[in-house]
Ligand binder design. Structure first.
Ligand code: FAD
Length: 417
């Protein structure tokens, strides 16, 4: 157990993206800062981001890319430290970046470790005190001084605290929800954390036959015929259901809807670039051009081969081997309908173990959006995913971490003593 006698101006709890940004920002404006991390190293989750490539922001950032039960809370931090500020910050830190067609920004090395190496180098060069293996279990405020206690590592005293402990997703990276307990001890409410940007479980008997099929499509989430959310992008069938960017992006609302006992369904359009009418015309054109081909062979060039037999079963087309020219018009209509709007029952999502982010967290109604200071405890700030804010897939969650880390690290207390 180490003895740490000196009083810090700012202690940042959690050495993830938000915590590192907050510590660098507070240090840059002259505060005496320490960064406390429960793991043996900072930035463990950062290494996993973007499939190990770290999608650090997006060239298009809109308020609707962020979600919270306190609508528009994220607006101010995102405006104060924008996607351009993120890019400039990292360029200044020595990072070259590249942008994908969809506007996703990555390090030019395509390695998340580059981003982490540069953040660590920056912490080092600026002499920010980084204390690892310091898992904060309890925070008390006595006479305007915060006492941060770790049962294994000792005590830190500080004038201001920034809680940047992350959410509950991928708990083995260190973000195991312990920040919620600390926030609760300090009087904050927690909006029930749920997995978000997570794989979806489907009720469908033929998943094993189509598992592994990957395509660019449109996923729409419905409850009893009303649209909840839709997203276009990669879709991947798996033996439990579906994954891929489009699926992750519509997953956020599923746990809450199922808890309300709603009927939840996923509608998939395999070919969103074509309308139903255009597609039926294309299929009929192929049938006329190749009158001897079976419908299975007509569909070969339209949809992944593994889908075809399951699709024909779903469309109740029994005559799969006769020339397609002999099929009824209604069979072609049913096939086209499934290709553009195939409905699957949703039974749930996978857990926090595989969710990319947490929806819910510290209730932001009790946090000042201009400063990210608690409205309940002066000198207490929040940064990153620990708050009830989550973003779409595409670099938005890291943008939230950078923006909120910067604003919290600016320590702009508005509260009177
Ligand atoms: C597989 C995966 C891929 C992702 N890819 C992307 C992507 O490409 N782009 C994107 O924008 N987002 C991505 N995300 C989401 C993004 O990584 C997170 O939203 C972001 O890392 C949150 O940053 P944070 O600093 O708030 O929390 P975290 O990164 O979770 O960091 C919190 C830190 O606090 C530490 N900690 C927790 N409790 C304590 C305590 N009590 N005491 C001391 N330390 C503590 C933890 O050990 C951890 O290091 C991905 C997430 C996952 C899981």
């Amino acid at each position: 157990m180490e003895k740490r006698g000196s009083l810090f101006d700012v202690a940042v709890v959690g050495g993830g993206a938000a915590g590192m940004m907050a510590a660098l920002r507070a240090n840059s404006i002259g505060f005496k800062v320490c960064l406390l991390e429960g793991n043996e190293r900072v930035g463990k989750k950062l290494l996993l981001t973007g499939d190990g490539r770290c999608n650090l922001t997006n060239t298009s950032v809109r308020i609707h890319n962020f979600h919270s039960s306190n609508k528009d809370f994220s607006f101010n931090p995102i405006r104060e430290f924008s996607n351009l500020d993120t890019i400039n910050f990292f360029k200044k830190a020595g990072l070259m970046v590249v942008t994908s067609e969809e506007g996703r920004v990555f390090p030019a090395t395509m390695q998340a470790s580059t981003v982490l190496d540069l953040l660590r180098l920056n912490l080092d060069e600026n002499k920010v005190r980084v204390i690892t293996r310091f898992k904060v279990d309890k925070i008390e405020k006595v006479n305007n001084i915060f006492k941060l206690m770790s049962k294994d590592a000792g005590l830190i005293t500080t004038k201001n605290v920034i809680i940047a402990t992350g959410g509950k997703s991928f708990p083995h990276t260190g973000s195991d929800g312990s920040g919620y307990k600390i926030a609760k001890m300090l009087g904050h409410k927690i909006i029930k954390p749920e997995p978000a940007l997570v794989q979806v479980k489907l009720n469908f008997p033929f998943l094993n036959s189509i598992a592994g099929v990957r395509f660019k499509g449109k996923a729409s989430l419905f409850t009893d015929r009303s649209l909840v959310k839709e997203s276009e992008g990669e879709i991947l069938f798996t033996n439990y259901g579906a994954s891929g960017t489009a699926i992750l992006n519509i997953s956020r609302e599923i746990p809450a809807l199922l808890q309300k006992k709603e009927n939840v369904s996923l509608h998939i359009n395999f070919l969103p670039a074509f309308s139903y009418e255009e597609l039926i015309k294309i299929i009929n054109g192929l049938v006329e051009a190749y009158p001897g081909r079976s419908i299975s062979n007509i569909l070969l060039g339209i949809v992944n081969k593994k889908i075809i037999q399951v699709l024909l079963k779903g469309a109740q087309v029994k005559e799969r081997d006769i020339p397609a020219i002999n099929l009824s018009g209604s069979s072609i209509e049913r096939i086209t309908h499934l290709l553009t709007n195939w409905e699957f029952g949703v039974s749930g999502t996978l857990t926090f173990d595989t969710a990319q982010v947490t929806a819910g967290g510290v209730d932001t109604h009790d946090i000042d959006p201009d400063t990210l200071e608690s409205k309940l405890v002066k000198g207490l700030y929040f940064a990153g995913e620990v708050m009830d804010v989550d973003g779409d897939s595409g670099g938005y969650n890291l943008q939230w971490a950078w923006s909120s880390g910067w604003v919290a690290g600016s320590i702009k207390s508005k509260q009177k003593q």
